[in-house]
Design a protein around this ligand. Structure first.
Ligand SMILES: NC(=O)C1=CN([C@@H]2O[C@H](COP(=O)(O)OP(=O)(O)OC[C@H]3O[C@@H](n4cnc5c(N)ncnc54)[C@H](O)[C@@H]3O)[C@@H](O)[C@H]2O)C=CC1
Ligand SMILES: O=C([O-])CC(=O)C(=O)O
Length: 272
């Protein structure tokens, strides 16, 4: 049975832990960490099989786990990822935006090779990455348009310097247009999917991102268009937001659970 260490005990971390506890993921959750002691204590309270709460993120991988699952923040990825690989543990990352910093990407990619460990990036809140990866050498343009309710965009760094007031938006409004690299740094908890798309396709400086705030939607919708010599692909994913954290789609949580279930199971592997 694989042993899991969990970094981040919020909306996603809690659902992952419950999926392990219920046996849906055939693994043992042995250690957890969250910057908020309250969050980690609340999570452990919900579980039948109680993991140990460690005092800092580095203690997750210095313990005998097989994989550390990050469901915390881009800062957590920057701070903890290298030590996970150096401690010879696999790593699953949900705050994928952190990897658009080339220096971080290169360090982690080299560390995977040096320590013979793997980083898993689930498809998160989108679908179609299998197709994008297959046609990447023939891609000429790639874009994602994300539409969320203003409450799902609250707190993003973008609003520290923008005149846009989310509370005053009363119809569908484009609030950001640019490239993925800039998008993930201005909206670190909203558009990690643009990082997944960039890393699967033509990179973060060529992947176009549009973010729309729509007070009349109850979904987190991602519309992806890819065009090139191979033809054209479009995907529209209309996600219901998680009930606890409206920034995060239910699909992102289910995708994390499925990726970890696959990692922990000896099974037939379907898809690219
Ligand atoms: N790849 C994808 O498609 C998606 C990725 N995400 C990302 O997944 C991550 C988890 O999402 P949620 O659980 O919904 O967020 P959340 O906000 O509900 O929970 C995050 C938890 O991590 C903790 N945390 C934050 N920074 C930390 C650090 N440096 N060290 C330790 N703990 C830390 C917080 O205290 C909080 O309890 C977020 O970064 C989110 O942006 C979310 C949706 C889709
Ligand atoms: O869950 C979503 O719809 C997308 C999201 O928050 C992210 O990519 O960071």
């Amino acid at each position: 049975m694989k042993r899991v260490g969990l970094l981040g005990c919020g909306a996603m971390g809690t659902q992952i832990a419950l999926a392990i506890d219920s046996g849906k993921i055939p693994a043992t959750l042995t250690h957890v960490y969250d910057d908020s002691k309250e969050k980690s204590a609340l999570l452990v309270e919900k579980l039948i099989n109680k993991p140990e709460i460690v005092e800092n993120s580095h203690l997750l991988s210095s313990n005998p786990v097989d994989i550390v699952v990050e469901a915390a923040s881009q800062d957590a990825v920057r701070d903890a990822s290298l030590s996970v690989l150096q401690n010879k543990k696999d790593l699953m990352i949900m705050s994928v935006g952190a990897l658009l910093d080339e220096s971080i990407y290169d360090i982690l990619s080299d560390a995977c090779k040096d320590f013979k460990k793997t980083i898993y990036l689930p498809s998160g809140a989108i679908a179609g990455l299998d197709g994008i990866k297959s046609i990447k050498d023939e891609l000429e343009s790639l874009s994602i348009t994300t539409t969320k309710h203003p409450r799902s965009l609250k707190g993003a760094k973008f609003f520290e310097t923008s005149d846009i007031n989310l509370d005053e938006i009363n119809s569908s409004t484009v609030i950001f247009q640019g490239m993925a690299k800039e998008a993930v740094s201005l909206f670190p908890a909203n558009i990690n999917v643009a990082a997944l798309l960039s890393l699967s396709g033509i990179g973060s400086e060529k992947t176009k991102v549009k973010i729309i705030a729509d007070p009349n939607t109850d979904k987190n919708t991602h519309h992806i268009e890819a065009e090139g010599k191979f033809g054209k692909m479009t995907f529209t994913i209309e996600n219901y937001p998680d009930t606890i954290n409206p920034k995060t789609s239910r699909l992102a949580i289910l995708s994390a659970i499925e990726t970890l279930r696959k990692y922990c199971s000896d099974d037939i592997q379907i898809g690219t």
